[in-house]
Design a protein around this ligand. Structure first.
Ligand code: GCU
Length: 686
């Protein structure tokens, strides 16, 4: 009896251990009160309650990410887009629980009689590219882990290599091919690729991707953003086939003097020294390039191409050939520089008639991801008579950048260094630099991209300055052919604005005050953020007419002046044309944001918050104010379309949308759309 019971006890103990993840170490004896022995007399070991029953297993990534290839759409590739099956893993146990054997990534299938507590249901799919929030209502607010799975037939030809290329997925991705963890990437908005040549199987291949949409405080960006943190494989997934030595990356640009085509080519593979040929037939260019042993060749070919510009976005068919490989695309040639407060496009001053946009589609709910989405946004910019688009606050998909390049729309592109990130953290800086390099590799040959923006609305601390100085240096080292900028925010001049309005209102309300005060001088807001030294062009976000009034009204009431916010708003809008904005730097100034919220279809009086009328009035006052501020060389009001934003809790009006769009979430235009497009038409005609 005794012997059997012991084994049964052991068995039960083992099962308990398995279930609770203590591993297979059976307890010595049936638990009885433990008498303190010599050893246990020592200070009891610190009980670590934080250790979960089971934590993420250290699953080794078998491969470093491969250097990113440029122009993936110009290469031979198998698209893996489509309906992928998925598993929602809220507790993030998919690669942790011992009940799941090697984890979901290993993609096992239980044999008859076997217990395996994960499996993908072919009937449950998410479209890739796409976010999960707008596809599965139960995932609308979901932030966490989702496992994606697809399979594909493929036979790698002799002498070829294959790369898995992801256009982007939010936020952290672990990529398993045929059960092996072959790639890991952090960053929601930039591409990455991995050489999978030796992991492919002839015939059926199984691809599983763990996507975690949560980011850490040390990530770029953090969790706290005024946009919905859409999760998923939000961009294309491709299996790219290239020769053993291929043209991985190249830069083909117009020289600053606009008298030559210059740049470089980077080969990748065992025959990196095999050389290459730059071909631009329409310019009569067929330039042999001697690559060094590392596969690099620089070039400068005298040429005077027709210049790319809004209204005439001329592009040339450019190709680079090397061995069996040939990659080509249309490239426009233009120069961009500053001279004092001017921005010179092709040597001529240009004014940027712009609008800001998030990467949300105007055609369907959720993230934009395809050429149709991009074309729809470009269409709205053209309806605004605009020539410029600020892609906020992170790199948008490649289709958007290429659509602007084709249409002749100038672009501001940005890294999501947004508000408060961990500026003193070296890993955070390294991540920002890596993401920036990924973006530059993807977009460096787009004439449309004129600005690399470092950040949006970051606090003026020394840590921030150090961080952004380092990031600026990194970006300049990667690509010194474009202008560096950032969207600053400050309360410069806001006190003066408050005093100005306060004095006027006080004079109106009391004779004494009227007698004692003279008309205040119009206010000039002077931007003096130290980051102005680092950037080439200063971007500035200001919300006169929207966010400032409540602060000013509160400050006045503290001073004992009985005013309500509506009076301050009224006074603010009436006085704005007297204000000016400038910087202390002899550099171009762009108003990267101004705006006001309005619920489409809501009408109301002059200071009726959330009405289209009030939004239109703010636009009219802003445009007059900015028109008179001489240093301004461009504007990109906030924002083209209402967008999803968990920050926005005024449910009856905002309903978790930021309502500062000029069009509603369904694309319906608001009054202010007309105000801006008329202004731009008039400006364009000058
Ligand atoms: C900021 C910020 C945006 C935000 C906007 C707003 O300036 O840059 O991300 O959405 O203001 O408050 O609407």
């Amino acid at each position: 009896m005794h012997a059997v019971t012991l084994n049964r006890v052991r068995l039960v103990a083992m099962l308990v251990a398995l279930t609770w993840g203590w591993g297979c170490r059976p307890p010595a004896e049936a638990p009885t009160a433990v008498e303190p022995t010599e050893t246990s007399a020592a200070a009891p070991e610190e009980e670590d309650d934080s250790t979960p029953f089971f934590g993420p297993r250290e699953i080794v990534v078998l491969e470093e990410l491969a250097p990113l290839m440029t122009n993936v759409f110009g290469r031979k590739a198998l698209s893996l887009d489509g309906d992928w099956t998925y598993i929602v893993d809220q507790l993030q146990i998919g690669d942790a629980s011992p009940l799941l054997r090697g984890g979901v990534g290993e993609d096992e299938v239980a044999k008859p009689g076997e217990l395996l507590e994960y499996a993908f249901d072919p009937a449950r799919t998410l479209r890739v590219p796409g976010d999960w929030n707008s596809q599965d209502p139960s995932l609308f607010w979901y932030r966490g882990v989702v496992w994606y799975r697809t399979e594909f037939e493929y036979q790698l030809p002799e002498g070829k290599r294959a790369f898995l290329y992801f256009g982007g997925g939010n936020f952290a991705k672990d990529v398993y091919l045929n059960g092996k963890l072959i790639a890991r990437h952090r960053g929601g908005f930039t591409p990455f690729n991995s050489d999978v040549t030796e992991y492919l199987e002839p015939g059926l291949n199984r691809l599983v991707v763990k996507v975690n949409s949560l980011s850490e405080p040390t990530d770029v960006p953090t969790e706290y953003n005024d946009w919905l943190n859409y999760g998923g494989l939000t961009r294309e997934v491709l299996l790219v086939e290239v020769p053993r030595t291929f043209v991985r990356e190249y830069s083909v640009q117009l020289s600053p003097e606009r008298d030559a085509i210059e740049g470089w080519v980077q080969l990748d593979g065992p025959d990196a020294g095999q050389g290459a040929t730059l071909r631009i037939e329409e310019l009569g260019i067929e330039e042999p390039l001697d690559t060094d042993d590392d596969g690099r060749a620089n070039f400068r070919v005298p040429a005077r191409p027709e210049l790319w510009a809004p209204g005439s976005p001329t592009r040339y068919a450019v190709s680079i050939e090397s061995g069996e490989d040939r990659v080509g695309e249309p490239i426009g040639f233009r120069s961009i520089e500053t001279r004092g407060e001017d921005i010179l496009l092709n040597g001529e001053p240009v004014f940027l008639r712009g609008i800001s946009t998030h990467e949300e589609s105007v055609l369907h709910p959720g993230r934009a991801y395809g050429p149709e989405d991009a074309a729809a946004i470009i269409g709205l910019v053209e309806e605004l008579n605009g020539n410029y688009l600020r892609l906020a606050h992170y790199p948008h998909n490649e289709h958007m950048v290429r659509a602007a390049d084709e249409a002749g729309v100038l672009l501001w592109v940005e890294m999501p260094v947004y508000h408060n990130i961990s500026f003193s953290n070296e890993d955070t800086l390294a991540q920002a630099k890596r993401q920036y390099s990924e973006m530059i590799t993807r977009d460096r040959n787009r004439a449309a991209v004129i600005f690399w923006s470092l950040a949006n609305e970051t606090p003026g601390t020394r840590a921030r300055n150090r961080f952004l100085d380092a990031l600026a240096a990194h970006v300049r080292a990667e690509d010194d052919t474009r202008l560096i900028t950032a969207a600053l925010i400050g309360f410069e001049g806001m006190e003066e604005v408050g005093k100005y309005i306060g004095t006027q209102l006080a004079a109106e309300k009391s004779i004494i005050a009227d007698l004692l005060t003279s008309d205040p001088d119009p206010v000039t807001i002077v931007i003096d953020d130290p980051l102005g030294e680092t950037v080439d062009v200063i971007g500035y976000n200001e919300y006169l007419g929207w966010y400032m009034a409540p602060f000013i009204a509160a400050a006045m009431r503290e001073q004992g002046l009985e005013v309500d916010e509506a009076e301050v708003r009224e006074r603010m809008l009436a006085s704005m044309s007297l204000f000016r904005i400038a910087t202390k730097f002899d550099k171009p100034l762009i108003i990267s944001e101004f705006g006001a919220g309005a619920r489409q279809g809501r009408r109301g009086g002059a200071v009726a918050i959330w009405s289209e009328d009030y939004q239109a009035r703010v636009y009219a006052s802003q445009l007059e104010f900015l028109e008179k501020s001489e240093s301004i060389r461009g504007i990109s009001p906030w924002i083209l379309k209402d967008f999803r934003a968990p920050y926005r809790l005024n449910v009856p009006v905002q309903d978790y949308w930021n309502r500062k769009g000029l069009v509603s979430e369904t694309g319906k235009k608001k009054l202010a759309f007309g105000v801006l497009s008329e202004h731009y038409a008039e400006r364009a005609a000058r």
